[in-house]
Design a protein around this ligand. Structure first.
Ligand code: BGC
Length: 751
């Protein structure tokens, strides 16, 4: 008996040792995974003299490939490898590793590597621990500053290159149909025109550094908690005029290397195998020549349908694009090997251009976190903040011997937003308290922090202080990418129409009111001190009905990035004049937004949302799209157009004068809307068709000119499947926001 026990113990001991050794090897190799060059060795391909020779090379390479080698170009990693590298790095080390795609050593084809990056390079080289972390995209949308967006994306792309990646899963240009959408922070706002301009700027900034840009998620992906399972119904007009124009602009003008299909289905077909979207519209109509990849993991359910639909790469691992499924598809004639060749050839043509590039820049590690990039992060935070209300509170005086109270649960929290794929690692985050404290220490003031948990002490402090800054809102636990990765669980909730089980981190906001403890704090202290500003940290519109009338000042700061606290202090004390404007409408009643349910497997996206809905239905709002205050006043006059009649395919030049009639210099965002009152079809009251951001010194007048093209006035006639430009009189509005009282008006005609 004793012998048997000893023998068993020995076997167990050996087994444990073997397991530990195997685990250590897997762990070690997963953390110290092999890094590959993303560039070709030109000596391997002497026949390629210029990039025009690449299509021929791609064709030749495909001819030399076995069936399996072709399929190997069509997915991320093998499941096991992906599981080990991603699992160990993601779960244990909290790092997003390099997932190499499409390496073929036999034919000397280098791989490509994705990094997410809406607010900074997510993937970092093994010895890098931090990157420049910008404010979220919604903050940048609120800056209405296209040049800024381009500069930000240049920095992100540069840091991606220094971190040895060459494919950016950004920008996210899904439309903010409802403010509750969990990933609102990753996009730029509610308006297709604004989204298109920002998406384009982002793509241009990224591609400038030979990183393949990948706008996402194509298409109609704006519910988070049901994202893997929801079917979005949309009619042809809404699709063409509301949900796709920004994708079209970004694809046609920006020519990104890639695009990412969405998880959800559209009109009954999952986006990963939606031929209407991926081939008929994207390639045949818009002329896209790049790579279509899936969103990660639940992006494709049927390999053969994926090939037929025009889907190139399944990410991040081989599942439906398996040798077996595709071989079977070819054998039974559903698809042909030629279809596979077409996919692999176009994928190689696109990505080899980047692999052959001889950079003028070396993209060394020293490119990461340059002082100029950190300054840019602060500039972005300053330009994005939106001042909604100011009853002579701001700017605070720069005097000394003051007592300043910073109150609220988020006052001293490092809070850069979403904890899902848009997360990245900043070297530090200046919290609101830290920024305001540092600023005031230099002035000789005392700054006191109170987390607002004890209402009585918060009230006492607010009464005693000279200035009160309340900091409330959300974190990655409340909104962002929904960290529920079980499709089965998601389906259960979607089918039930409500959450089944426990809610995971991030996701959609079901109620647009702030958390009740934040509302209690605000209502308890806003009336106590007239020098009080409520600063909101979050991604989108909130329902402020309980307190907005009582708050002397309201400032939207968003998730403001690593320099957010410094930017906030600069703004509160007037070193920077607020200039951001809302990239969405804030409703008076949250029921007035389009119908939204975070837990659903079916939803219809209609033609109206945002300002087009509120204007059409004359619904009351709290703050209009395009609205934001500054510390100066701008007077608009002299709206001009170069002609009152234009041809159907003509251009119109418009101009307006803006005078800064205050004493502080500032930057103003001039907006142009076209009105469709005389339309013979159902159309919005007006639509944004241009904007410009300009700096104006006190007492200076500037003339802003904006050109519009008549094709941007078109509507989509679903019966003829054609865009049409109506012959009629159009209204043209220019001014400071979308609300009529902020706009000057003229008219022009297309005869
Ligand atoms: C997100 C994508 C992201 C991808 C890779 C997915 O869960 O939806 O936006 O690019 O993960 O991180």
């Amino acid at each position: 008996m004793k012998k048997i026990i000893l023998k068993t113990l020995k076997i167990i001991g050996i087994l444990v040792l073997v397991l530990v050794a195997a685990g250590t090897i897997v762990y070690y190799n997963s953390v110290n995974y092999k890094m590959y060059s993303l560039h070709v060795n030109p000596e391997d391909f002497p026949e390629v003299k210029t990039k025009d020779d690449i299509p021929e090379l791609a064709k030749n390479l495909v001819e030399q490939m076995t069936f399996e080698e072709k399929i190997d170009q069509m997915y991320g990693n093998k499941k096991l490898k992906f599981g080990a590298v991603f699992g160990v790095n993601g779960v244990i080390n909290k790092r997003f590793p390099h997932i190499y795609v499409g390496l073929n050593e036999r034919l000397h084809i280098p791989p490509w590597v994705l990094s997410d990056g809406p607010r900074g390079s997510r993937v970092m080289d093994q010895d890098v621990n931090a990157v420049t972390t910008f404010p979220v995209a919604m903050s940048r949308g609120a800056s209405w500053d296209i040049d800024l967006e381009k500069r930000i994306n240049e920095v992100i792309a540069t840091e991606m290159r220094a971190n040895k990646t060459n494919y950016a899963a950004t920008p996210c240009i899904n439309l903010l149909r409802h403010p509750g959408w969990g990933r609102a922070q990753e996009t730029y706002g509610e308006d297709p025109w604004l989204l298109g301009e920002f998406g384009l700027a982002s793509v241009e900034g990224i591609e400038k550094h030979n990183v393949m840009a990948c706008p996402k998620h194509f298409a109609l992906n704006s519910i988070e908690n049901s994202r893997f399972v929801v079917d979005v119904s949309v009619d042809e007009r809404a699709l063409r005029e509301v949900y796709l124009p920004h994708f079209k602009k970004v694809i046609q003008k920006g020519k990104p290397a890639s695009i990412m299909s969405a998880y959800n289905s559209v009109n009954g077909e999952f986006c990963g195998n939606n031929k209407t979207l991926l081939t008929d519209i994207l390639r045949d109509e818009w002329g896209f020549e790049g790579i279509v990849s899936t969103d990660w993991v639940y992006g494709l359910y049927d390999g053969v349908a994926g090939v037929k639909a025009g889907l190139d790469v399944e990410m991040p691992m081989q599942d439906e694009y398996s040798y077996k499924t595709l071989r079977k598809g070819v054998d039974n004639g559903e698809i042909s090997e030629k279809d596979i060749d077409k996919i692999v050839t176009r994928t190689l043509i696109t990505r080899l251009k980047y692999a052959f590039i001889q950079d003028s820049d070396k993209y060394l590690k020293s490119a990461i976190l340059k002082q100029s990039s950190i300054d840019l992060a602060r500039e972005a935070a300053e330009k994005g903040m939106v001042l909604l209300k100011n009853e002579n509170v701001l700017p605070f005086e720069k005097s000394k011997n003051k007592k300043i109270a910073i109150i609220g649960s988020l006052a001293d929290v490092e809070n850069t937003g979403d904890g899902g794929s848009s997360d990245c690692a900043p070297p530090y985050v200046i919290t609101p308290y830290q920024g305001i404290k540092k600023y005031n220490e230099a002035l000789g003031n005392e700054v006191i922090l109170n987390d607002g948990k004890d209402l009585e002490s918060a009230k006492k402090l607010a009464q005693e202080a000279d200035e009160v800054v309340i900091v409330v809102g959300y974190t990655n636990l409340d909104e962002g990418e929904y960290l529920q990765f079980s499709r089965k669980n998601m389906l259960k909730s979607a089918e039930a129409g409500k959450l089944i089980g426990k809610k995971d981190d991030g996701g959609d906001r079901l109620d647009l009111k702030l958390k009740s403890k934040d509302e209690q704090l605000i209502t308890a202290i806003v009336g106590l001190n007239k020098n009080t500003v409520v600063t909101y940290v979050g991604s989108s519109a909130i329902d402020m009905s309980a307190w907005q009338d009582k708050a002397p000042a309201i400032l939207f700061t968003w998730y403001a990035g690593m320099e957010g606290g410094n930017a906030l202090a600069n703004l509160l004390y007037g070193d920077v004049n607020p200039s951001g404007k809302l990239p969405f409408t804030i409703a008076k009643n949250q029921e007035d937004y389009p119908p939204f349910n975070a837990y659903t497997n079916k939803i219809t996206y209609g033609y109206y949302h945002g300002y087009t809905l509120f204007e059409k239905e004359n619904k009351p709002i709290s703050y209009p799209f395009g609205y934001g205050l500054s510390y100066t006043t701008y007077a608009y006059s002299n709206i001009q157009i170069d002609t009152t009649q234009i041809a159907v395919n003509g251009n119109l030049k418009t101009s307006i004068d803006i005078k800064n009639i205050g004493v502080k210099g500032g930057e103003e965002i001039v907006q142009l809307y076209i009105g469709f009152k005389n339309s013979g079809v159902d159309r919005p009251v007006k639509l944004l068709r241009g904007f410009k951001r300009i700096a104006i010194a006190p007492q200076e007048t500037k003339t802003v000119t904006i050109e519009i093209n008549t094709e941007d006035l078109a509507w989509y006639d679903p019966s003829l499947k054609k865009w049409k430009i109506e012959a009629m009189e159009y209204e043209l509005y220019m001014g400071a926001s979308s609300q009529e009282k902020d706009l000057l008006k003229t008219t022009f005609t297309i005869p």
